[in-house]
Design a protein around this ligand. Structure first.
Ligand SMILES: Cc1ncc(COP(=O)(O)O)c(C=O)c1O
Length: 472
């Protein structure tokens, strides 16, 4: 007999039918719905003000409340018009994998508890290692809840290997455009503020290898112990790619652990060319919940030497079995901060097995093409000043000074067809506010690039009546 909290098999089948029906409706509507919707957020939050209910309520109403009322306000990250921040996707295949993982509820912290599902996750990590050019022998990794946690995990491994317990004198090298999750990781790991050294960048906002070399020498002269560089395979603000090969040379000469952040485009030939030198990294963060179109909740760390993860994280316990580290079965609890963890690997395993890597490569290639197309189209728009063509799938623009650029962004976003965000970045004349176009959403198509161009032209025309909008 099923208890009051549990679902019977028949009840689960009914529930899935109900949820499936509602999600199918949502998937019909959401991709076409406005990309930003601020109305309704307060109302939705107010509805939630009541005390913890003592009695339950029917699923149908709760699912409707979630999907129809609570989810819609805000940025519609299910729309292909979402070109702000770093878009992702929300592959339903991965949501199905979550459902399977949750209902089966197998424990993947230690291999013994679910060897088949752990093997599936190991397989995913081995695929990623191979794609990024890491050696089959000894490499490995960990799936985390996101890129920030992947970088934190890598930095812990680098710290352990190079500094041991003596962390106060450590020196970690980043750049102004390195994602702020690197500095956050340094704080979380107890590195003092002086340990984080900013390396100078060139005019295109790429880290300068000569400046890294000089910064390492300066740090040594100050009595610090340089141990790690975090470089960027596509910065969040402008999309600039650091010169990974030259930076790898410096790391090799100076004995630094080289971590590279954000490398999903390495699954394509063009991405690999843009990220030349990536395969020499000690560790790499990928963000599958952006660059591989998964729903939020998956980051990936791959490392050249998985023993470095065990050295940083393995802790003996009086009640767990002796750790395993067979070639195909890893104890993830000994390779990262979590003990209990879901069968996270299925989120990648199922979509990759079902669709094939070729479909992912084609989708990434399509995003590279669409970003290039967008740059070309916007470069012909009077009143816009574009940054360099996209190294991968992100570029920047200004529409005059900061207030004007901000107004143009707001006007474009108010039209609801595409959504853009901006960033303040170093420029020749000081900090400069730029608009950004980031093409990485699963559902972005050429029609969204048409809408982007038309809405930018219209926004500029409202700004300066002499700039006429595009012919319909
Ligand atoms: C380059 C880069 N690194 C790290 C992160 C942080 O990743 P997450 O949001 O998955 O924690 C981001 C987020 O956009 C990013 O763009």
């Amino acid at each position: 007999m099923t208890g009051p909290l549990d679902s019977s098999p028949e009840g689960l089948r009914e529930d899935l039918r109900l949820v499936g029906e509602k999600l199918a409706q949502a998937l019909t509507v959401l991709p076409e719905a406005p990309v930003a919707r601020t109305a309704g957020a307060r109302r939705a939050a107010r509805r939630l003000g009541g005390p913890l209910p003592e009695r339950g309520a029917p699923l149908r109403g709760l699912v409707a409340e979630l999907i129809d009322q609570l989810a819609p306000p805000g940025i519609n990250t299910s729309s292909g018009g979402y070109l702000g921040f770093i878009p992702g996707g929300g592959l339903p295949d991965a949501a199905l994998a979550d459902l399977i993982a949750g209902v089966l509820n197998r424990f993947t912290g230690i291999a013994l508890a679910a060897p088949g599902l752990v093997a599936a996750e190991v397989q995913v990590l081995r695929w990623l290692c191979a794609e990024l050019g890491l050696p089959a022998d000894g490499s490995g990794g960990l799936l985390t809840s996101g890129g920030s946690l992947a970088t934190l995990t890598a930095l812990a491994a680098a710290r352990e290997r190079h500094l041991g317990e003596d962390i106060a004198a450590g020196a970690l090298f980043v750049a102004d455009q390195t994602h702020h999750s690197a500095r956050k990781a340094a704080r979380l790991l107890g590195l003092p503020a002086r340990a984080v050294v900013a390396v100078a960048q060139d005019a295109a906002l790429r880290m300068r290898p000569d400046a890294l070399r000089a910064a390492v020498a300066d740090a040594r002269a100050r009595g610090q112990r340089p141990f790690c560089l975090i470089s960027t395979a596509g910065s969040t603000a402008t999309g600039a790619v650091d010169p990974l090969r030259d930076l790898a040379d410096v790391c090799q000469d100076e004995g630094l652990w080289h971590h590279v952040d954000g490398a999903c485009f390495a699954l394509t030939a063009r991405g690999r060319a843009a990220l030349d030198g990536l395969s020499r990294a000690d560790s790499i963060t990928l963000d599958p919940h952006k660059g591989l179109f998964l729903p939020y909740g998956t980051g990936a760390l791959v490392v050249r030497d998985r023993a470095a993860l065990r050295a940083a994280f393995a802790e003996p316990s009086s009640y767990l079995p002796t750790p395993a580290d067979a070639e195909d079965l890893w104890d993830f609890a000994d390779m990262g901060p979590e003990l209990s963890r879901p069968a996270r690997g299925l989120r990648l395993w199922l979509p990759l097995r079902r669709r094939g890597a070729g479909a992912f490569r084609a989708a990434l290639d399509e995003k590279l093409d669409l970003a290039a197309l967008a740059w070309e189209r916007l470069s012909a728009v009077p009143g816009l000043q574009l940054g360099p063509p996209p190294a991968l799938s992100l570029f920047t623009f200004t529409a005059g000074d900061e207030p004007r650029t901000r107004r143009v962004l707001s006007r474009v976003n108010a039209r609801g067809r595409v959504f853009l965000t901006g960033a303040t970045v170093p420029g020749p004349a000081g900090p400069t506010f730029v608009g950004r176009v980031c093409v990485l959403h699963l559902r972005t198509t050429a029609a969204h690039i048409d809408a982007l161009e038309a809405d930018l032209r219209a926004a500029l025309a409202e700004e300066a009546p002499d700039v006429r909008p595009a012919e319909p």
